[in-house]
Design a protein around this ligand. Structure first.
Ligand SMILES: [Zn+2]
Length: 74
């Protein structure tokens, strides 16, 4: 089983802090995200807000979870 890894620029909408979203997906359509430069918190308390199930959501050191995903990083 092979994983494809894509890196996207991620920017905090509140303070402008920049990090990286690392999205991995495999041949079975499974995917997960890792975050570089941001903390993550369990998604449960945000599920009502995001309306989708992800294991963790990113949160900036400024406490904002308004993380904007940007362009693919080559
Ligand atoms: Zn921030």
């Amino acid at each position: 089983m092979s994983w494809d890894e894509s890196r996207y620029k991620a920017t905090c909408g509140a303070c402008g802090h920049e990090g990286v979203q690392v999205r991995r997906s495999n041949d079975y359509g499974e995917s997960d995200d890792r975050w570089e430069g941001f903390e993550t918190v369990p998604a449960n308390e945000y599920e009502y807000y995001r309306k989708r199930s992800v294991a963790h959501v990113p949160v900036c050191h400024c406490k904002s979870n308004d993380i904007v995903i940007g362009a693919l990083i080559e």
